[in-house]
Design a protein around this ligand. Structure first.
Ligand code: ADP
Ligand code: ASP
Ligand code: MG
Length: 413
C-alpha cells in the first residue's frame, strides 16, 4: 500500500463544487489501494481578504493575532472537504496544524517547521480514514498558532510527506506543471517534464510561485518526489526529483519575476567607513530581510544607498530607515512599491558569457529601464518598473528561445 500526500491550492478549493471535485479525486486514489493524506489551502482570495481586514484594525497588525486570523481560512476548507467525503460514504477526518502537532518556531507569519508528530495521522490512516490537514499553519511550543508565510501550504504538504515517509507528494494547482516561465503571462511557456531540486530551488527563489521555496528545500533534504500537476485535468505534470543524467541541460532554464519587493533609497549619505553598517544593522535588527543593495557614489563625499525589502515589510522598513536617515544626516529617503525583479535563471549559465549582455540588449530594445542589477553564477536579475513586467518576461523568454527544448545557443541580435 502506498502512502500519498496530495495538496490542493486555493483555486482548487475555491467553491463548494471544487471542494467536492477534490473529494472525488482523492477518494478515487484511495480506492486504488492507497493511504491518503490531503493538505488544503484556504479558498482563493480568502487569505488576501484577511490581510485586508487586519489592516483595517491595526496599521501594523500584531503578528500573533494575524496568525490566528490567517489560519482560519484553511480551517474552513479542511472541514468542508471532510464533510464532502463523508457525504458520499467514505471516511475522513480534518486536522488543524496544532492537532497534528506541526511544531514551528515563534516567527509569526513566517514560521519554520521544526518537527511533525506523525502519530495521530498514522492512527487515523490505520483506521482507513482520509486525513485532511490544514496547510500553512503550525503551533509553537507555547501553543500559539503560527503560519508559514504566503504559499506555505506547499511546505506543509512536502514536510508531511517527508515525516510520514510518503511515496510521493502531489501538488495540485491551476496550471499543468512547472513551466519555463509563468504560463499565465506567456502563451509559449513550455512545460518542463522533469526538473532537479536544485534548479527548482533557483526558480522558486526568484519568483516562480508555483512551488513555495521551502517546500523544495524539504523535498531535496528528504528526497521526496514531488509531482506538480493540474487539479482540473489528468495530464501528467512536472516531476521535481534528484538530478538525473538524462535531464535536459539547458543554458537558461527559465524566466521568473517577483512583484513582492519594494525599493528604498537613502540619498546623499556621507560616504564614510562604517556607513553601510550604520544603515543596515537597525534594518536587520528589525528582522527585515534585505535582498539587493546598490551604492552609487556622487561627486563630493556623498553616496546614495538603494536596496530592496519584501513589499509586506515596506512600511515597517520605511519607519526604521527614516530614523536612521536623520541620525546619519542623509538628505532624504524615497522608495517605491511599484517595482518588479525579472530574472533569467539557469545552471548552464555558469560557463557561458554573454547572457547578461543579451538581457540588457533585449530590455533596451523594449525601452525598459533597469534600475538595479544583480548577478550570480546561475542567474541575472534586473529590477524594473512593475508595469513592464509582462513585456520583459515575454521578450526575454523569446530571446532565449525557451519555447524550444535543448537550447544550447543564444541569439544576440
Ligand atoms: P496554488 O494556489 O495552487 O498554490 P499558486 O498561485 O501559488 O497556486 O501557484 C500557481 C501559479 O504559479 C500559476 O497560476 C502561475 O501563474 C504561477 N507561476 C509562476 N511561475 C510559474 C512557472 N514557472 N510555472 C508554472 N506556474 C508559474
Ligand atoms: N492560504 C495561504 C496563502 O494564500 C497559504 C497557501 O495557499 O499556500 O498564502
Ligand atoms: Mg501556492
Amino acid at each position: 500500500m502506498a502512502l500519498i500526500v496530495q495538496k490542493f491550492g486555493g483555486t482548487s478549493v475555491a467553491n463548494p463544487e471544487k471542494i467536492k471535485a477534490v473529494a472525488d479525486r482523492v477518494m478515487a486514489v484511495q480506492r486504488q489501494g492507497n493511504r491518503m493524506v490531503v493538505v488544503l489551502s484556504a479558498m482563493a482570495g480568502e487569505t488576501n481578504r484577511f490581510v485586508d481586514l487586519a489592516g483595517q484594525m491595526q496599521k501594523l497588525p500584531d503578528p500573533r493575532e494575524m496568525d490566528v486570523l490567517l489560519a482560519s481560512g484553511e480551517q474552513v476548507t479542511v472541514a468542508l472537504c471532510a464533510m464532502a467525503i463523508k457525504e458520499v460514504g467514505s471516511d475522513a477526518v480534518s486536522l488543524l496544524g496544532d492537532q497534528v502537532k506541526i511544531r514551528t518556531d515563534t516567527s509569526h507569519t513566517r514560521a519554520r517547521i521544526e518537527n511533525i508528530d506523525t502519530e495521530l495521522i498514522n492512527k487515523y490512516l490505520d483506521e482507513g480514514k482520509i486525513v485532511v490537514v490544514a496547510g500553512f499553519q503550525g503551533v509553537t511550543g507555547r501553543n500559539d498558532i503560527t503560519t508559514l508565510g504566503r504559499g506555505g501550504s506547499d511546505t506543509t504538504a512536502v514536510a508531511l510527506a517527508a515525516a510520514l515517509k510518503a511515496d510521493k507528494c502531489e501538488i495540485f494547482t491551476d496550471v499543468e506543471g512547472v513551466y519555463t516561465t509563468d504560463p499565465n503571462i506567456h502563451p509559449s511557456a513550455r512545460k518542463i517534464d522533469r526538473i532537479s531540486y536544485d534548479e527548482m530551488l533557483e526558480l522558486a527563489s526568484l519568483g516562480a510561485k508555483v512551488l513555495d521555496i521551502r517546500s523544495v528545500g524539504f523535498a531535496k533534504r528528504y528526497n521526496v518526489p514531488v509531482h506538480v500537476r493540474s487539479s482540473f485535468t489528468d495530464t501528467e505534470g512536472t516531476w521535481v526529483v534528484e538530478e538525473e543524467e538524462e535531464m535536459e541541460s539547458m543554458l537558461v532554464s527559465g524566466v521568473t519575476y517577483n512583484k513582492n519587493e519594494a525599493r528604498i533609497t537613502i540619498a546623499k549619505v556621507p560616504d564614510t567607513p562604517g556607513i553601510a553598517s550604520k544603515i543596515f544593522s537597525p534594518i536587520s535588527d528589525a528582522e527585515i530581510i534585505v535582498d539587493m543593495i546598490i551604492q552609487n557614489t556622487r561627486a563630493g563625499a556623498l553616496t546614495d544607498m538603494t536596496f530592496t525589502v519584501p513589499r509586506t515589510e515596506y512600511d515597517r522598513a520605511m519607519q526604521v530607515v527614516e530614523k536612521i536617515a536623520t541620525e546619519v544626516g542623509a538628505e532624504r529617503v524615497d522608495g517605491s512599491r511599484e517595482i518588479a525583479k525579472v530574472s533569467v535563471v539557469g545552471v548552464g549559465m555558469r560557463n557561458h558569457s554573454g547572457i547578461a549582455t543579451t538581457i540588457f540588449q533585449v530590455l533596451a530594445r523594449e525601452g525598459i529601464n533597469i534600475s538595479m542589477i544583480s548577478t550570480s553564477e546561475i542567474k541575472v536579475s534586473c529590477v524594473i518598473d512593475e508595469k513592464y513586467t509582462e513585456l520583459a518576461v515575454r521578450a526575454l523568454h523569446d530571446a532565449f528561445a525557451l519555447d524550444k527544448e535543448n537550447v544550447t545557443e543564444i541569439s544576440h541580435d
